[in-house]
Design a protein around this ligand. Structure first.
Ligand SMILES: [Zn+2]
Length: 342
């Protein structure tokens, strides 16, 4: 049975361009954990408790565990873990610096090159979708937490508290799952056409054709990377707090800059791999890998914080109310405030 499962897995690996588990479980848990332990005090306490950090860390590998769920799931979601970025800075003719605002528009642009998001990968949209979801989670939490304290009737306060508690469960789940994609995007082999050996592309420097994907992200990380090595390389927060609801273009440009940084690490990775650096305890390889993991930690920490701050500018409910208006006491705290309580 086991052999059969392995055989199926191997045949699926041939069908899908990138089916490896980015970073392996250790790398994913590490990025989620260190990002969560770095959340600033301005973020709500429920995402910063030791239990919350453990849950966010444990959910790091979740989206990889779901790979192989079945034909429908795999075909839809597995390509959301990567982006086949070429050496020309383009994904099948679509420039990383001019990615369309939506998956639908991206699909139409790729169609001109006879490609689809499911062949070229759609990692940027996994990250952007997750950011918008986090921002909405935090917006609802702000309203529910406020109303649970300030509604006049005790029964209403209890009702809002139940909704707030449920939102905390959902938010931690969404954050942990989303963290997976933010982490995938700092794995250079997830942001390149050279995802498992250089492949059939111009190769003047004779980079390795060996299947290095799993060696790099799992075997090497498991053996040589530690929290301390990564933490020492995590940059301070450079994302400015918005004073308005971030537009798709603004979110997109943050994600693009992050992916561009990862893309720039592809050649340095191949320089190390081609010298066999990931086959041994090589100082340059350890430093390089710790730096990539640290980029993921900082990005997840700062994007989460940005989603929290930006949630102040969201409108929630039907009919909708501005979160800041609710927090300013301008909206009646009754059962109509949230759709779920009607
Ligand atoms: Zn992944």
């Amino acid at each position: 049975m086991k052999i059969r499962i392995l055989a199926v897995a191997a045949s699926l690996a041939l069908l899908t361009p990138q089916s490896a588990l980015a970073w392996g479980s250790k790398g994913h848990m590490m990025i989620n954990r260190l990002a969560a332990t770095g959340f600033p005090a301005a973020m709500p306490a429920f995402v910063r408790t030791p239990d919350a950090v453990r849950e966010i860390a444990a959910l790091g590998p979740e989206e990889d565990l779901l790979k192989g769920s079945g034909v429908s799931w795999d075909a839809d979601y597995d390509p959301g873990h990567y982006l086949d970025l070429g050496d020309d800075g383009k994904v099948d003719g679509v420039s990383l610096s001019a990615l369309p605002p939506t998956m639908k528009a991206y699909a139409l642009a790729l169609e001109l090159e006879h490609a689809t998001p499911w062949s070229a990968g759609y990692l940027p949209y996994s990250i952007e979708d997750g950011f918008e979801q986090m921002r909405d989670d935090f917006a609802y939490w702000r309203v529910e937490a406020y109303a649970a304290q300030h509604a006049k009737a005790a029964a209403l306060r209890r009702g809002f508290a139940i909704e707030r508690n449920l939102r905390e469960v959902l938010t931690l789940r969404d954050l942990g799952v989303w963290g997976h994609f933010v982490a995938d995007a700092c794995q250079p082999l997830h942001v390149t056409v050279h995802f498992n050996g250089w492949g059939h592309y111009p190769n003047p420097r004779g980079f390795t054709q060996a299947p290095i994907h799993s060696l790099f992200e799992s075997s090497f990380v498991n053996r040589y990377e530690t929290d301390a090595l990564v933490e020492a390389r995590v940059a301070p927060n450079r994302m400015l707090a918005p004073q308005h609801l971030l537009s798709q273009a603004e979110i997109g440009s943050i994600v693009e800059a992050y992916l561009r940084g990862t893309g720039a690490a592809v050649v340095p990775l191949y320089e190390i791999a081609s010298k066999g650096g990931f086959n041994r305890d090589d100082a340059a390889a350890v430093r390089f890998t710790a730096r990539q993991l640290a980029r993921g930690v900082a990005e997840l920490r700062d994007l989460s914080n940005l989603a929290w701050q930006d949630s102040l500018y969201v409108s929630t409910g039907y009919p909708s109310h501005g979160v800041s208006d609710v927090l300013a006491g301008k909206v009646p705290l009754n059962a109509k405030l949230l759709a779920g309580m009607q």
